[in-house]
Design a protein around this ligand. Sequence first.
Ligand SMILES: Nc1ncnc2c1ncn2[C@@H]1O[C@H](COP(=O)(O)OP(=O)(O)O)[C@@H](O)[C@H]1O
Ligand SMILES: [Mg+2]
Length: 236
Amino acid sequence: MAEIICVIGNKGGTGKTTLSHMLCQGLGLLDQRSVCVLTDIGREPLDPEGRRYLTADARSRDALAKVVDKIRALNKWMGVIDGGANRGEMDRHLYGLAHLVLLPFRDSHEDIRTVMQDLETFPRALAVPMQWPTNPWAREAADKLVESQLGKYHHRILEPVFAISSSKLLLQKRIPDSLPSPLANACRRVAAPVLDILRIDHEEVDIDAEDAMEGADMAATARATLEPEAVLGATH
Ligand SMILES: Nc1ncnc2c1ncn2[C@@H]1O[C@H](COP(=O)(O)OP(=O)(O)O)[C@@H](O)[C@H]1O
Ligand SMILES: [Mg+2]
């Protein structure tokens, strides 16, 4: 049997497409076969060449039904459906299809307000903090915002996906021949908890590893602030 995962949410720019592709790449790196399904009519299909997953174009209702049927018929495959924004009816349709539903959101009041509504509308869905700040102060502020606004949903919020500029490479029509290893590690860290939720065995991935932020934006700043001697150096 195949698993269907949907990445939805009513707001644009929250990271649905990025999360879908990072998840598929991570699944591939953890030896799981997956298809990233495009439903956003405003986007062009991406070339599967060089990716650890297939891509499918399901920008019409008919195409979506066909693609989902095809994936369901495949044994042990996973279909990750990248939803579009502001499409309540489509989101409800995708929610009905999926075993697992993910709602990415960024650390803004607007994103948090929207994800709160989506968590209410979709009681099985899990929220994913996306493009999370790596600078310690910014991260603390973002975590506090989530705690104060989304505290009652804390058991439905997954580990954050940190801001990592190289994630843009996965959204290129054709990806480069080799991807930076911090991006590969970030993709594994996205996929591992999803496999755990679906109770699918996989090789171990150290989610809390020191290098979680390596290569993520502002990692150097984060390290410098965590190690005062690196900043103060000569004066001590
Ligand atoms: N984890 C991340 N790190 C860095 N940039 C990100 C991350 N997630 C999303 N982005 C950026 O945010 C913007 C919106 O992301 P996208 O995945 O296209 O959102 P959506 O599909 O919800 O509209 C894009 O420019 C994307 O590169
Ligand atoms: Mg998108």
